[in-house]
Design a protein around this ligand. Structure first.
Ligand code: ADP
Ligand code: MG
Ligand code: MG
Ligand code: MG
Length: 414
């Protein structure tokens, strides 16, 4: 059968007739289907056996338009193939940190995978100041293993080129190039293109000042060009806290953590994923300005967030160095080269973190952390913190020499 958009009913019919379904579900049992998609780009269904919650699976289908904009923004369901390919690589490299992939159906642009029904995406719990003691460490390991393992350091050169050729993903890269790395910074676009920024009118002046900063725009142009032309490793491409799921923390504060939604995967600079993750911790720190009116409580949660950013970088660095110890190519074996590469990655992360903070505050797609502040005046206070830190991170990105320096800037700004 050809492409059709599934609904709750047809999703169940689809499962009942799929040859691989019986490996995961007893088709004789009564099956329950529910739509759970809260994403913008796709439909997500879960199907489970009534009375046996552990026997379940998840279907994610790409639809041919961007949901928030209705059918007016067409988008190829091909991105489901990108997600299938990326999930396959991530599962191979860090199988315990992603949902297990079951099958990919190219006709329906659909991925079937493990249903993480005990997990919750991090946005809401983080607004409520839930702490996950192992968050930074887990994402640091995820990044080191997926990035190193798909790079020229971790793959034979011909194999790496063959793999990178399968991750062109031009359409979703264009979304990032426009919405993250161009429009928030440019008051006017060339060629009759329109700017899709959306922002709180109370920070209009702050945005105007930001866009008048030529030094900042030069740095963003450099970061954008690097994003487009630096094919270092297979990135996740959309590693914000809405792409991370965790179980409620146990008595020791630890949770089971997994990364989802790699449809933006492509070959780009490693620092992009790192920067996006830490930026989303800093965005939450800014939003706590309004969510946690008690300064002590606010300070304590921010301290937790900053510790997680530090653990992420430390773990990334340690794991990268461990991987480097086994490289087969003499060119990458010196400590001097490894130091230099890690510094470049840190500088990229710093710059992309800044871009992510700015665009989540004034660009097209916002974050729940800031959007869930109902009072516009209080929201503006938090948004100004985010803009201020975002700008500073972009400006120091080419100069910063260690993560401590970056975190000093974060602590003095927010
Ligand atoms: P989109 O690309 O549209 O953002 P996501 O992959 O982020 O789609 O999925 C949307 C939502 O569906 C997630 O926020 C999460 O709540 C849920 N979800 C996605 N994948 C899984 C999974 N493997 N297990 C359980 N829930 C999931
Ligand atoms: Mg998502
Ligand atoms: Mg989404
Ligand atoms: Mg997505």
């Amino acid at each position: 059968m050809s492409y059709r958009i599934l609904d709750q009913h047809s999703a169940l019919e689809y499962i009942r007739s799929h040859p691989q379904a019986p490996e995961h579900l007893n088709l004789q049992a009564e099956l329950v289907g529910e739509e759970i998609g809260d994403g913008n780009l796709n439909r997500v269904f879960r199907v489970f056996e009534k009375g046996n919650r552990d026997r379940s699976l998840l279907l994610k289908q790409g639809i041919p338009y961007l949901r928030v904009a209705g059918e007016s923004w067409p988008l190829s369901p091909e991105r489901a193939r990108m997600e299938a390919q990326a999930l396959e690589q991530q599962y191979r490299l860090v199988g315990d940190l992603v949902p297990k992939p079951y099958w990919f159906d190219p006709e329906l642009a659909l991925n079937a995978m493990q249903d993480l029904w005990r997990h919750q995406v991090l946005r809401r719990p983080m607004v409520e100041r839930t702490r996950y003691a192992n968050l930074g460490e887990t994402i640091g390991r995820f990044l080191a293993l997926t990035l190193f393992g798909t790079s020229d350091f971790g793959m034979e050169p011909k194999a790496k080129k063959a793999l990178s050729g399968r991750f062109v993903n031009a359409e979703l890269c264009e979304i990032t190039e426009d919405l993250v790395l161009t429009e928030p910074f440019e008051p006017k676009l060339l060629g009759g293109k329109t700017n899709r920024n959306r922002f709180n009118p109370l920070i209009a002046d702050d945005l105007e000042r930001l866009q008048a900063d030529t030094e900042l725009r030069l740095e963003v142009a450099r970061l954008k060009h690097r994003f487009m032309s630096s094919a270092q490793a297979m990135l996740h491409g959309d590693l914000h806290t809405g792409s991370i799921m965790a179980t409620p923390p146990d008595a020791g504060g630890k949770a089971e953590i997994r990364v989802i939604d790699p449809e933006f995967a492509f070959y780009g600079p490693m620092g992009f994923d790192l920067g996006m993750f830490v930026a989303n911790l800093f965005l939450n720190a800014a939003a706590q300005q309004a969510h946690a009116p008690d300064p002590e409580e606010r300070g304590a949660y921010r301290k937790y967030l900053y510790t997680q950013a530090e653990r992420c970088w430390e773990t990334f660095e340690v794991e990268m160095r461990q991987q480097f110890a086994n490289v087969q190519d003499i060119s990458w074996s010196s400590k001097a080269f490894q130091d230099r590469f890690l510094l470049e990655t840190l500088q990229d992360a710093c710059g992309y973190a800044g871009c992510e903070m700015v665009r989540r505050t004034v660009g097209f797609a916002h974050v729940y952390d800031l959007e869930s502040i109902p009072n516009p005046e209080l929201r503006a206070e938090a948004e100004r913190l985010s803009l201020a830190l975002g700008q500073e991170l972009i400006k120091i990105s080419g100069k910063t020499s260690n993560f401590t320096e970056l975190m000093d800037l974060v602590r003095t700004t927010i």
